[in-house]
Design a protein around this ligand. Structure first.
Ligand SMILES: Nc1nc2c(c(=O)[nH]1)N[C@H]1C(S)=C(S)[C@@H](COP(=O)(O)OP(=O)(O)OC[C@H]3O[C@@H](n4cnc5c(N)ncnc54)[C@H](O)[C@@H]3O)O[C@H]1N2
Ligand code: MOO
Length: 392
């Protein structure tokens, strides 16, 4: 059995960036990381642009100007202003080269073909310079940048329609167990509804990993070997749940061994999630998560999350841990370090009743996991607690 620190280290060290590239239409690229620098094909803005509705001026010492023309957004003409002349202009319109400031209309009095501004203004005021955001040929966004809705809008504003991104891993979830049936069927004595696959699929989707297939296998050794063989061949990451402990019908460990999956570790000194297995075959990472649902999800957030980030070549691979003040008392039984389901709010954290690894009811109310180290046996109100705020 290894420590949590060792297990975290081994996951980080053994999962490599996938670095497979793909070209995506910009509108489908949200959440992907750029695999190449994006070079701006244009200056943005592409022309000197008015930031206000008002008057473009060719400045002189007097407050009075002669109004000679109008330029609205989308116009292509270039009136030629002499010092002391003005043109009516609107937000987003191109500013004539001969104009050197814009006065907003609220500060202007108009009378027929002359205007009076209420104070002198600075050169270039209210004019967005050519290429102010980015210049043609410069890097618009760097390789590795995660595209967000703002990023999609920004690149689209540069006329970009396709981007090179890193492919996301292909993922498989495999559930094991004779007792598991699909919701929708009537439960027979001894059966339970299979829930880990939908839970893990949801967390993957919420992290924007969509290439997820789900497989189910009974507690049957040859079938488990066959299924795992093909799933490991076809995917970058395989998440198996259940069948990894020491029972006579726990076939996952034996099957992985027969398939020559390299064991990086098996069993971590933690609660929940002690029987966690992590291994590799060629470039595929394999986690066998404990079947107990809360243990499986905890292991996902603590370990699988890191593997996914590594595959995407991220440096910020662990979920952030912050210090929060305990609102609860808690007595830890046993000497395993423990992850506790909790509600974090504004610097405080409440530890919930019902921490059993078979129970999801508490997890369903949680937005955080609190880490209680081995040497701490009691938590008191006001204690500082290491808190992992979950991406929920
Ligand atoms: N003699 C020992 N027994 C157990 C040990 C041990 O050290 N010695 N460890 C216990 C711990 S801790 C855990 S965690 C579990 C893990 O066991 P498995 O990973 O082999 O999981 P299963 O036995 O298959 O299932 C455990 C539990 O979870 C339910 N389950 C499984 N899959 C699903 C699913 N897809 N959806 C919903 N629920 C699922 C299953 O029915 C069991 O109740 O082992 C302990 N035993
Ligand atoms: O390690 Mo288990 O997950 O406590 O039930």
């Amino acid at each position: 059995m290894i420590s949590i620190e060792d297990a975290l280290f081994k996951v980080k060290r053994n999962v490599n960036p996938l670095l497979k590239e793909d070209v995506k239409a910009i509108e489908k690229a949200n959440g992907y990381h750029l695999s190449k620098d994006v070079i701006s094909p244009i200056n943005m803005p592409p022309f000197r642009q008015s930031a206000m509705d008002g008057y473009a001026l060719n400045l002189h010492d007097d407050l009075n100007y002669r109004l000679i023309d109008e330029v609205k957004a989308g116009d292509g003409h270039q009136p030629n202003l002499k010092p002391g002349e003005a043109v009516r202009i609107f937000t987003g319109a191109p500013v004539p080269d001969s104009a050197n400031a814009i006065m907003m209309q609220e500060k202007v009095i108009t009378n027929n073909d002359t205007i009076t501004i209420d104070h002198q203004i600075n050169l270039e005021q209210n004019i967005r310079p050519l290429g102010e955001q980015v210049k043609q040929g410069d890097i618009a966004l760097k390789r590795g940048t995660k595209l967000t809705p703002a990023g999609i809008g920004y690149l689209t504003s540069l006329g970009i329609t396709k981007v090179s991104v890193y492919k996301k891993p292909t993922l498989a979830i495999v559930t094991t167990g004779n007792e598991l049936i699909e919701p929708g069927q009537e439960l027979q004595y001894g059966q339970i509804y299979e829930s880990n696959s939908k839970m893990l699929q949801s967390v993957l989707y919420s992290l924007k990993f969509y290439d997820v297939s789900i497989y189910k296998v009974a507690d049957d050794y040859p079938k488990t070997v066959d299924l795992l063989k093909s799933v490991i061949n076809k995917n970058d990451l395989v998440l198996i749940t259940g069948g990894i402990s020491v029972g006579d019908y726990d076939y996952v460990g034996k099957a992985l061994n027969e398939l020559q999956v390299e064991e990086i570790f098996y069993k971590v000194n933690q609660k929940p999630g002690k029987p966690l297995f992590f291994g590799k075959k060629a470039n595929t990472s394999i986690f066998a998560l404990p079947g107990n649902p809360a243990a499986a999800l905890t292991c996902f957030y603590v370990y699988v999350y890191i593997a996914l980030q590594n595959m995407m070549d991220r440096t910020d691979t662990e979920l952030p841990r912050i210090q929060a003040t305990s609102l609860s008392k808690f007595v830890k039984r046993g000497d395993r370090p423990q992850f506790l389901k909790a509600i974090y709010n504004n610097g405080n954290v409440e530890l919930l009743e019902g921490q059993n690894s078979s129970m999801l009811q508490t997890f369903a109310l949680s937005n955080a996991l609190v880490f209680v180290p081995a040497e701490i046996s009691e938590v008191n109100i006001g204690d500082a607690l290491e808190t992992i705020v979950l991406p929920v």
